[in-house]
Design a protein around this ligand. Structure first.
Ligand code: MG
Length: 161
């Protein structure tokens, strides 16, 4: 039997005025930001759910409920670090992560490498093991209309014990 396990994460946050736009721990200059209980880093949230899914350890709503004031305004990288620790404790190593951010604007290509580096550093893995991609949805749907940003993530993990 293989020790490899795959997980998928998906998240959406609404774009509103008066909030910073944080993606993969990078503050991206834009006229709007994502609304949420934490910093609403939709990319990092998708990554956490992919990792938790691969290890069958639940989801971020279970680990960090938005009814808990502890997590208000917190950097999602802090939460990601805890997810990484949880996986290690449960005997899982991270093989690689692949992600896609769906946003009509702003253009994310200048920030992709920094986002991947932040995620990799937080998880203690090599930056070459983290891929951050971005696409628009051609003006269609809620991302295309600029009402929100979505992110998908796929994680491969390996049981190490
Ligand atoms: Mg979220």
């Amino acid at each position: 039997m293989t020790n490899l396990r795959i997980g998928h994460g998906y998240d959406v946050h609404r774009l509103v005025e008066g909030r910073a736009l944080i993606l993969g721990g990078v503050s991206v200059p834009f006229e709007k930001g994502l609304l949420g209980h934490s910093d609403a880093d939709v990319l990092t949230h998708a990554v956490m759910d992919a990792l938790l899914g691969a290890a069958a350890l639940g989801d971020i709503g279970m680990l960090f409920p938005d009814s808990d004031e502890t997590w208000r305004g917190i950097s999602s990288l802090v939460l990601l670090e805890q997810v990484g620790c949880r996986l290690r404790t449960e005997g899982f190593g991270i093989v690689n992560l692949d992600t896609t951010v769906l946003a009509q604007a702003p253009k994310l290509s200048p920030y992709r490498v920094r986002m991947a580096e932040n995620i990799a550093r937080t998880l203690g893995i090599d930056p070459s093991c983290v891929s951050v991609k971005a696409t628009t949805e051609e003006g269609l749907g809620f991302t295309g209309e600029g009402r929100g940003i979505a992110a998908h993530a796929v994680a491969l993990v390996e049981r190490t014990k």
